[in-house]
Design a protein around this ligand. Structure first.
Ligand code: GTP
Ligand code: MG
Length: 196
């Protein structure tokens, strides 16, 4: 059975006025295109078809809302950093993200999805600064850990933790394919979502 038995797709937003009602608590998943955001949401909620997994990175310019329980949501934010995206799409992304982070009172934290083979890049660091400046929590999932051997995944984990050592950001290794890190991620989410 799913850990979130009533999880369901709620709505998609291409513009800020289309966001789901700003009630309760929500957690946003952000990261580069193709870093594994949608796959992580599916793995954590144990619903394989919930968030679409794309083979055409950079195409999802929508904010997708999923309801775990009443007034408890996960949000799949559009990816960034895909080289082939036209400038107007990039600007729309920037504007939409600024609006989202500025207005969203129910946002409790950000799960930053980072491909463990690539590590943190400046855009990821910018995303973290953005949410920390707004007093939100942040947790990094180093995804696709199955693609690295133990020594390399340990090294990326240590380097990422070191890069965040001045902050309250937490870090973990994750692999949807190897079913690694699901419980650890759920504990973080459940902790953030608990409360009024
Ligand atoms: N080996 C491996 N591949 C993964 C893992 N997670 C995701 N992938 C693959 O990475 C690709 C991108 O995954 P998505 O979940 O669509 O990534 P995304 O960040 O949602 O991408 P956009 O929505 O396009 O920004 C897919 O081909 C996935 O199958 C993992 O844990 N291990
Ligand atoms: Mg996606």
């Amino acid at each position: 059975m799913s850990t979130y038995p009533n999880v369901k797709f709620l709505t998609s937003a291409a513009e800020v006025h289309q966001l789901a009602p700003d009630l309760g608590r929500e957690i946003a998943f952000a990261g580069r295109s193709n870093s594994g955001k949608s796959t992580a949401i599916n793995a954590i909620t144990q619903r394989s078809g919930l968030a679409r997994v794309s083979r055409t990175p950079g195409r999802t310019q929508l904010i997708n809302f999923f309801e775990l329980a009443p007034d408890r949501r996960l949000v799949d934010l559009p990816g960034y950093g895909f080289a082939k995206v036209p400038e107007r799409v990039r600007l729309h992304w920037l504007q939409l993200m600024e609006q989202y982070f500025n207005v969203r009172e129910s946002l409790v934290g950000l799960v930053l999805i980072v491909d463990s083979r690539r590590g943190l890049n400046p855009q990821d660091a910018g995303m973290l600064e953005w949410v920390l400046a707004r007093d939100r929590l942040a947790h990094i999932l180093l995804t696709k850990a199955d693609k690295l051997n133990r020594r390399d995944s340990d090294r990326v984990f240590r380097e990422t933790k070191a890069a965040c050592s001045d902050t309250a950001v937490t870090v973990q290794l994750f692999s949807a394919h190897a079913k690694q890190g699901f419980e650890e991620a759920r504990q973080v989410l459940d902790g953030w979502l608990a409360g009024p």
